[in-house]
Structure formats: C-alpha cells, structure tokens
Ligand binder design. Structure first.
Ligand code: MD3
Ligand code: FE
Length: 214
C-alpha cells in the first residue's frame, strides 16, 4: 500500500558536526541483512576476542570484506585473516556495500569505499566501553554503523576520555554516519538489556563499515 502519511518513512537526526543518525534507514532490508550476517558467521563464527590486556570481550565479533578488525594478546589490528581460524574473511556482500555507500552519500560523504565490515553481536549484559576508532589509516573516511535487533544505549563523548557524554538510543534499522570532526569522538555502548527481537532473537547486531587502508 502507498504510504500516504509517511510516519513510517526513515528520518534523519543530526547528532554532532559530521555525525547524523538515519533513523530506520535499514529497516526495510533488515531481514536480508540478518540472513547475510548469518551467512558470514557460518564461515567465520562470532568469537569473544581477548584484549591485549587479557580480558575476554563481552561483545562477540566477526568480519567480512578485504580486512577485519580483531584483537588478541598481541594487540589490535586489521588483517586479511581471522587470527582465530587462520581463514580469510568472507567477501563483503554487495548489499552491505551498497547500503553503506548510499548512507555515507546521504550524509554528504561521497566516494566512500569500505574495505572492512566489523560485525558485533551483543547478548544481554554485553557492552563496549568508551573508546576511539583510530586504527584506520584514512581518518577522512567516515564510519557507517547499522544497528539491528535489540535496542541499545549508545554513549558519545568528546575528544578526551573524560569529556561529558550524551546518551542516544539506537534501535533496529538505525544507521549512523560518523565523519569529519566527529570521527575521533569517544563512544561506547551501555550493557544490553535482555529482550527478544522478532528477527534477531536475544541479540543486538551492529555492522560498522570502515576504510582501514588507503
Ligand atoms: C563514533 N561499535 O565497533 S556503533 C565499534 O554499536 C563500535 O557496536 C558500536 O563502536 C556498536 O567500534 C557503536 C557507532 C559508532 C561506530 C564508530 C564510530 C560510533 C562512532 C567511530 C567514531 C565515532
Ligand atoms: Fe567504535
């Protein structure tokens, strides 16, 4: 049916200089995206990485694309292989790339060409403490993040760990584009509340599309 009232259509919310939330932007294709996540995970399973400090991360991760981000006792890095299995990462599905590129474009970033997609899986209680994403070579390229499944409270701060933070709820289908001056802001995810999502079950998934190497 034609959506005459468009209360159902995606909308955008500016968050900070260089950062915009495209609310529900991925909702209509979310079922296909979750199927593709499961396909990737069937090849390179979600895994709770160990930080260089020796802690097991509460978020489980896998990747697709030419490069994937992971950590082990030796440190954090982007690499062509999954250090857990020694296998290459599965290719980035065309549908993933197309979504990331068009969302970046809608946010004003032309020419985005992601070479890495990190896939995070949150279970109840899983969190990501405040951090910066700065392992990428080209900090002029934005990061595009896609939230699927259970909602989570996202925290975003300033350019130093101790700066004040804002809290924003990220829900199923929300896309956030981070670039320009926001690219190096501290950010994190508060512990996930338990729940059941009709498409994602007891989980929250987050895709982050990145340009790791020039
Ligand atoms: C702000 N992921 O994977 S997405 C990460 O929901 C990460 O799983 C979170 O932080 C998640 O590194 C947050 C939103 C996000 C992603 C990257 C950013 C916000 C960002 C990079 C710079 C500034
Ligand atoms: Fe991050």
């Amino acid at each position: 049916m034609l959506d005459l009232f468009s209360e159902d259509a995606p909308w955008s919310e500016p968050l900070a200089d260089g950062a915009v939330i495209l609310r529900r932007r991925a909702r209509d294709e979310s079922e296909a995206l979750i199927t593709l996540i499961n396909d990737v995970a069937a090849q390179n399973p979600f895994y709770h990485r160990i930080t260089p400090g020796g802690h097991r991360m509460s978020v489980a991760m896998t990747n697709c694309g030419d490069f994937g981000w992971s950590s082990d006792s030796r440190g954090y890095r982007y690499s062509e292989q999954d250090s857990a299995s020694g296998k290459r990462w599965p290719p980035m599905p065309d549908r993933f790339r197309a979504l990331a590129v068009s969302c970046a474009q809608e946010a004003g970033f032309t020419g985005f060409s992601p070479d890495a997609c990190l896939i995070n899986r949150y279970e109840p209680g899983a969190k990501l403490t405040l951090h910066q994403d700065k392992d990428e070579q080209d900090l002029k390229a934005p990061i595009v993040s896609v939230s699927l499944g259970l909602p989570a409270v996202f925290q975003f701060g300033g350019f130093e760990r101790g700066d004040a933070t804002q809290r924003v709820l990220l829900e199923h289908g929300d896309v956030v584009v981070w670039g320009g001056p926001s690219r190096l802001r501290y950010h994190g995810i508060l512990p996930l509340k338990p729940g059941v999502h009709p498409l994602a079950g007891a989980f929250r998934f987050n895709l982050t599309f990145r340009r790791a190497f020039r």
